[in-house]
Structures are given as C-alpha cells and as structure tokens.
Design a protein around this ligand. Structure first.
Ligand code: NAG
Ligand code: NAG
Ligand code: NAG
Ligand code: NAG
Ligand code: NAG
Ligand code: NAG
Length: 349
C-alpha cells in the first residue's frame, strides 16, 4: 500500500529559490495559528523521563521512504539489530501524544516549516519528511535537494518542509581570500522570518580545528581575533542570534525553536540498547541556555533534547553510514523521530 509517488523534482521544482520567489510566499494559505500561547505553563517537564521499549515502534519503515537513501537508513546499510528502533521517550510526569502526521498536515496546511543549521538539522528534516509521508502514503510528494537547500512538499496539503544548511548561523564573509567569521552579524535572516515554524540548531562546527575549521579569522565589531575559546565563541554566536530573533521574529506569525545540542558519543559501535546512565551536562548546553535566557522577547523555545539523546549511543549510525564511522548522526528511523514528536507536541498542543 505504501507506494511512494515520487515526481521528478527537477521538472517541477527548478530551484529552491524559484519556489520561494514564485509560489511559496504568495499562494500560501495564511490561516492564523490557534491562539495557544507558547509560554503557557507546562504541567510536566517532557524532557525528564526514560526510554521504554515499545513494540509499536518505529513510526515508519525506511523502506517506504526511498528519499532517505543511503545517507541515514542504517537497515539499508546493513545494520541487523532492530531493538534500537523500538524505544519511545516516556516523560515521568505525563504522556506525549502519539505523532499523528495527518493531524500535522491538516493543522499546518499552507505553512512552511524550516530547519536552519548543521547536518543534525538535516537529520531531523529527513525524519519529519518520512513521518509526514507515511501518514499519507498515497499523496504525491516532491523532494528537492539542491546544495544547502532541501525541500519536501506534499502539494495536496501545500505544506513545505525546508532545510537550510547554515552550520554556524552567523555570517562568514570572504575578504581577500580569507574567510572571516563575523561573530556579531547575521545577514541571512530575511528568508527565515518568512517561515511559520523555525527550528535552529548549531554546535558541532564550532569545535572544528585545523583543516575542518571553516574560517581563518574572527571579527567582532572592528576587532579581529586569530582564535578564541570555542565555547565563548559559540555563546557569542547564540547571543547574536538571540538579538536577531528578538528584533526580527513576529511571534504571531512564526513559532521559533532552538534545538538543544545533539550529543555525539566517543563510542557507539556495537551498542544495541540505550545507556543506563549518562555523564553530566554536555558541552554547549549551558552556553546555549544562558544565551537564550538573555532574550527579552521569549518567543523562542528550547527543545531540550540533549540529555535524552545522550542515552542513545545505540542510535548513531556507527559503521552503517555511507562513508565513515559515525557516532554523531543518527539512524532513521531513530532518535530524531523523538525530537520531532516533541516538536509535534509543542506545535499541536
Ligand atoms: C520494512 O519493510 C520491509 C519490506 O516489507 C521488511 O522486509 C523489513 O523487515 C521492514 N523493516 C522493519 C525494521 O520492520
Ligand atoms: C490522526 O488525525 C486525524 C485528523 O485529525 C484523525 O482523523 C485520525 O483519527 C488520527 N489518527 C489517530 C490514530 O489518532
Ligand atoms: C572539541 O575538540 C577537541 C579537540 O579537537 C576534543 O578533544 C573535544 O572532545 C571536542 N569537544 C567536543 C564537545 O566535541
Ligand atoms: C568601526 O570603524 C568604523 C570606521 O573606522 C567607525 O566608524 C566605527 O565607529 C567603528 N565601530 C566600532 C564599534 O568601534
Ligand atoms: C505579525 O504577524 C501578524 C500575522 O501575520 C500580523 O498581523 C502583524 O501585523 C505582524 N506584526 C508586525 C509587528 O509585523
Ligand atoms: C534541559 O534538560 C537538562 C537535563 O534534564 C536540565 O538539567 C536543564 O535544566 C534543562 N534546561 C532547561 C532550560 O529546561
């Protein structure tokens, strides 16, 4: 039954930018969100809980979502154990609603949901695209992956799921062949603020050094630095982003989320079930929370997924990745489905 009707993305969607300029903004059905305040008090901390075995999981079978391809589909890449697919996040104080893709399609008809950040945001984009597709397997979908711009849409619902690769969020400019990290500047926000839902994430690229580092010099105001403590740099970037969000996002139009740091693991090979215990706070977590706390206009919510993901060393791609040992990204189906279930809860409730 679950047949994928894949329409040639190239024929229909020439580029991501064409979509933006032509149809996306103009034709969207601008139904207002229901008047639920994002700041309502939570009766329970949904991020405190445990992973429980649930045989009704996973929420989809990757073989019905060919667009996952070899990138994240660990079963396709030869992973034989299946227990890791069967864990559900159970908060201590309440139950999360089961993810209902049809409900999301109906409530977000005409809306644009965008992930902005590094490849973990892309990991989450693949997961949500799969979760939406299997809810309406007969509905046509279009997938377009063009450089840093990914689009998934189900035309019947006029819902757009976008990923914009922007691993550091703040600007990098090239000046006389040198890549300048402008830690206090964001110039790509004009597209972001048109979105109905935004989910940001950044962390891992801040810790890159040597040839993997994507800048040569750091600039703050008129001062340049050769290097800086990376946590401090990261916190500065989140603060720049927080200022940008405070002065640019309209909370009536846009629901904005910051995704907690997605943890990597020193070892993940051969792990088949969640860890019993985790170490302390993961690097970047405190800096992120501190920076978000400075926001005057609390329109952004943290999706606090760090700790719950720290238990899931078993959920990484490990050797079932397309090119290298990977204890950073996650198999799909898998842990990012839970992030999306939390996102769903925050969007629907
Ligand atoms: C997904 O579906 C395929 C084909 O029906 C099946 O062989 C496979 O076992 C399923 N995978 C899981 C994890 O259930
Ligand atoms: C999912 O949501 C749709 C639309 O609101 C509803 O008709 C359907 O019964 C729901 N499915 C489940 C399993 O709750
Ligand atoms: C950051 O990089 C250093 C050295 O490259 C490494 O030792 C450290 O574990 C990394 N930290 C994190 C949080 O990844
Ligand atoms: C940076 O330099 C420009 C030009 O010299 C000057 O106008 C500006 O005030 C300086 N800004 C800061 C923050 O010092
Ligand atoms: C915020 O968005 C709402 C809904 O799109 C709109 O009615 C309102 O004018 C916007 N407010 C500002 C300050 O732009
Ligand atoms: C996020 O979760 C961790 C672990 O449960 C907790 O220590 C931290 O206070 C939470 N942060 C926020 C902002 O709720």
């Amino acid at each position: 039954m679950a047949v994928c009707y894949s329409v040639s993305a190239i024929a229909i969607v020439s580029t991501f930018l064409t979509i933006f300029s032509l149809s996306l903004f103009l034709n969207s059905n601008t139904k207002l969100f229901n008047e639920v305040s994002l700041l309502g008090t939570n009766e329970c901390d949904i991020y405190k809980g445990s992973w429980v075995f649930d045989d009704s999981y996973p929420l989809y079978n990757s073989s019905t979502c060919p667009f996952i391809g070899d990138t994240r589909d660990c079963q396709k890449n030869g992973r034989l154990d299946k227990e890791y697919l069967k864990y559900r996040w159970q908060p201590y104080g309440c139950n999360l609603p089961r993810f209902n893709g049809t409900e999301l399609l109906l409530k977000y008809k005409g809306k644009r949901i965008m992930f902005v950040g590094d490849s973990l945001g892309q990991n989450q984009w693949y997961s949500l695209a799969s979760m939406l597709h299997v809810s309406q397997p007969q509905a046509k979908y279009i997938v377009d992956r063009n450089g840093r711009h990914y689009t998934f849409t189900i035309p019947e619902y006029n819902i757009w799921l976008l990923y914009l690769g922007n691993p550091l969020i703040v600007d990098i400019a090239t000046n006389k062949g040198s890549r300048v990290l402008k830690i206090d500047s964001i110039s790509s926000g004009n597209v972001w603020k048109q979105m109905d839902v935004l989910v940001f994430d950044t962390w891992h690229w801040w810790n890159r050094t040597g040839t993997r580092q994507t800048w040569n010099i750091i600039q703050e105001g008129n001062t340049t630095y050769k290097d800086m403590d990376r946590l401090e740099l990261y916190e500065k970037a989140i603060n720049t982003w927080a200022k940008w969000a405070d002065s640019n996002l309209n909370s009536t139009k846009t629901k904005a989320f910051f995704q907690g740091v997605s943890p990597d693991h020193k070892e993940c090979e051969g792990k088949t079930r969640p860890l019993q215990s985790i170490g302390g706070l993961y690097p970047g977590q405190i800096e992120l929370e501190n920076a978000l706390k400075t926001m005057s206009n609390s329109i952004v919510r943290l999706i606090n997924i760090t700790s719950l993901s720290q238990y899931r060393a078993d959920g990484h791609q490990s050797v079932y990745s397309y090119n290298h040992m990977d204890c950073l990204h996650w198999c799909l189906p898998g842990v990012p489905d839970t992030w999306n279930q939390l996102l769903y809860h925050l969007l629907i409730s």
